[in-house]
Design a binder for this molecule. Sequence first.
Ligand code: NAP
Length: 404
Amino acid sequence: MATGITMSANGTLIIPDDPIIPIIAGDGVGPDIWNASKPVFDTAVEKAYGGKRKIEWLPVRAGEDCWKEIGEFVPQATMDAITKYRVALKGPLSTPVGKGFRSVNVLLRRLFDLYACIRPCNHIPGVPSPVKDPDAVDMVIFRENTEDLYAGIEWDAGTPEAAQLIELIEKLSGKEVRKDSSIGIKPISETGSKRLVRMAIQYAIDHKLPSVTLVHKGNIMKFTEGGFRRWGYECAAQEFGDVTITEEELWKTYNGEAPAGKIVIKDRITDAMFQQILLRPREYSVLAMPNLNGDYMSDALAAQVGGLGMAPGSNVGDGYAIFEATHGTAPKYTGLDKINPGSMILSGALMLDFLGWKEAADLIRSGIAKAVAKKTVTYDLARQMEGATEVKCSAFGKAICDNM
Ligand code: NAP
């Protein structure tokens, strides 16, 4: 009988050979991409472990469709399942702009304190890209997930709360704020910054990567974004002093050549970093940044390697993780079995890596790479590739299985 993932006394996850994994297929195209993805995961696990390991998928609900049907965005049963089984997979969920409920994605991240949004960005050869050398991109973004302007502390213009805050801000800062302003608060804490940077540095250590770059706008927002930078360097020096050096030390002490086994901690101002990822991508490896910077940069980097249809993502905390397709619900394609399931499939591969089932994850990645090399792809890639065979969402999943 299938069992759940549990946590040991020292805080590490214990993964059985037959874990129960909750799956939220999601809104819009979510069910289409899940239908195409499930056979890929099951085939990869079967091929890698010959029946010794198997995932028991547990369908659970969340999102707008769920709300329309049963009046709840995240039913208690879904929260209970993720609480119990700790690792889940999800498709896209709709979020209305400027009205109604705040994002269900944000809510799930907050409920399970999934403080790091981790997005690897690298290029699968053959995937069309708008840049000349997409293979130069090999980065992993660690985006803080719980603070910053995403904390959801804001008031609409004209409300008594906004007026009260404007008055208080003017009193405390001596600066004038227009009376018809909406007000949003941007909290960035030492705790939130350090735990994210800690996870990013640990990832660089585990994967033997050369650098961690702190991306911030501390030149303008000195205490919030500047605080992130300061606390990031503090975390590196205090907790990883034996394996990290700063970029300043790299040049002053080591003449630009990092000693073996040392990770270089750098920092870059966000706008400059947007240039760096285009002009000098080979100089960057792990990137750690506050929430809003991470939001923009992860989509920009995903575009460089072929777009959101092929970009995997995960939201990870201490003891919980939700892996997710990074694109939205693409409503116009709902039910057409057309959309590219690559993001969900690669997110599942990340999940298998997280479980320590690397063999199955690698089979998925090689299956995708071979399907793309044979130009058997969904419409989004086919319209940019010469001589491609356009296949449906489910057929792309099948092509991946056939190429494992
Ligand atoms: P979107 O759903 O990502 O779709 C925008 C366009 O991107 C699509 O029309 C399509 O372009 C392309 N696209 C997206 N996913 C694709 C895939 N798998 N394969 C191929 N092409 C893909 O963005 P949106 O229209 O801005 O957002 C719709 C809803 O999704 C909103 O409610 C938003 O809040 C929500 N959303 C959810 C998440 C999440 O759950 N993580 C993330 C982002 C947005 P073409 O039209 O050119 O084919």
